[in-house]
Design a binder for this molecule. Structure first.
Ligand SMILES: [Mg+2]
Length: 250
C-alpha cells in the first residue's frame, strides 16, 4: 500500500521547458486518490521560489511547502552545527543562502554552481578545505538532462575538490538517507509506505531504497538504456514515465 510519493522534478515532471506528457494528469490522479505528494529535488540552480514559479508556468499546481530542496536542509544543518560556510553555489541561490556566509568560513557549501564553477571559485573553496574544513554538498548527481543533451551537475565538482583536499563529501541532498527521511516525515506516513519516483538510478532510486523507501525508476529525463541494471539494490520497479508509475501505484 502506497500512501505517499516523493517525486523528483527534472526528468520526471519536466525536461528543460517542457512538461513530460501525462505528468499533469498523473499528479491530479495521485492527489484525487488521497496519495500525498512531495517534490524532492537536488536542483540548486534556482531558489525554491523560482522552482515553484517554473512548475506553475508548466501547469503543475504546487505550493512552496510541496517542494523540498537541499538548500532547506543545508540552512538547518549549518545553523545547528554552528558553521560559517564559504558558498560555492549558483548566483540564483544567493537569495536563499547568502546570509549564512561570513568573513571567516569554516566549511564549504557546494551546489550546482553552473558557470560559477570557475578555476578561481573552485580554488578558493579548495584553500578552505585543505585546512580541514568540512565539504557539504547539496547533491552528488553526476549529470542531468537539458534539451540539447546531458550536462554536468554538482557531483563531479564535489569529487574534484574532495580529491584535491582529501576532504570527505558530506551529502545534504539526495542520496543522503536523512534527506529522504526528512522529506518523508513531512508527509506523516511510514517510510515503507512511501515510493520515490526518479529518473536517476543512483541518486533517486538506489538512494531511496537504501533509506528504506520503495522506488520506481522512470524511463524519461536522464534515463539511459540499461540503468535499471546499474541500480545494484533490490526492489526497484521500472516504468515508462510518471503516468505509468501512477497507474502502478494506484
Ligand atoms: Mg531527475
Amino acid at each position: 500500500m502506497i500512501r505517499a510519493v516523493l517525486c523528483d522534478l527534472s526528468g520526471v515532471l519536466y525536461v528543460g521547458d517542457r512538461a513530460v506528457p501525462g505528468a499533469r494528469d498523473a499528479l491530479l490522479s495521485l492527489r484525487a486518490a488521497g496519495v500525498g505528494v512531495k517534490f524532492i529535488t537536488n536542483v540548486t540552480r534556482l531558489p525554491r521560489r523560482r522552482i515553484v514559479q517554473q512548475l506553475l508556468r508548466l501547469g503543475f499546481d504546487v505550493d512552496a511547502e510541496d517542494v523540498f530542496t537541499p538548500a532547506i536542509v543545508a540552512r538547518s544543518f549549518v545553523t545547528r552545527e554552528g558553521l560559517v560556510p564559504h558558498l560555492l553555489i549558483h548566483p540564483n541561490l544567493q537569495e536563499e543562502l547568502a546570509d549564512l556566509s561570513g568573513s571567516s568560513p569554516n566549511a564549504v557549501l557546494l551546489g550546482d554552481a553552473g558557470h560559477a564553477f570557475t578555476y578561481e571559485n573552485l580554488n578558493a573553496a579548495f584553500r578552505i578545505l585543505i585546512t580541514g574544513a568540512p565539504l557539504l554538498v547539496m547533491g552528488t548527481d553526476r549529470y542531468y538532462r537539458e534539451p540539447d543533451g546531458l550536462s554536468l551537475d554538482a557531483g563531479p565538482f564535489a569529487k574534484a575538490l574532495s580529491y584535491a583536499a582529501g576532504a570527505p563529501v558530506q551529502v545534504l541532498g539526495k542520496p543522503s538517507p536523512d534527506f529522504f527521511r526528512l522529506a518523508a516525515a513531512t508527509l506523516g506516513v511510514d517510510l515503507d509506505q512511501v515510493v520515490m519516483l526518479g529518473d536517476d538510478y543512483e541518486v533517486d532510486v538506489r538512494g531511496a531504497l537504501d533509506a528504506g523507501l520503495q522506488a520506481i525508476l522512470v524511463r524519461t529525463g536522464k534515463y539511459r538504456e540499461g540503468d535499471e541494471f546499474r541500480i545494484g539494490a533490490k526492489g526497484a520497479r521500472v516504468c515508462a514515465d510518471i503516468g505509468a508509475a501512477t497507474d502502478l501505484i494506484l
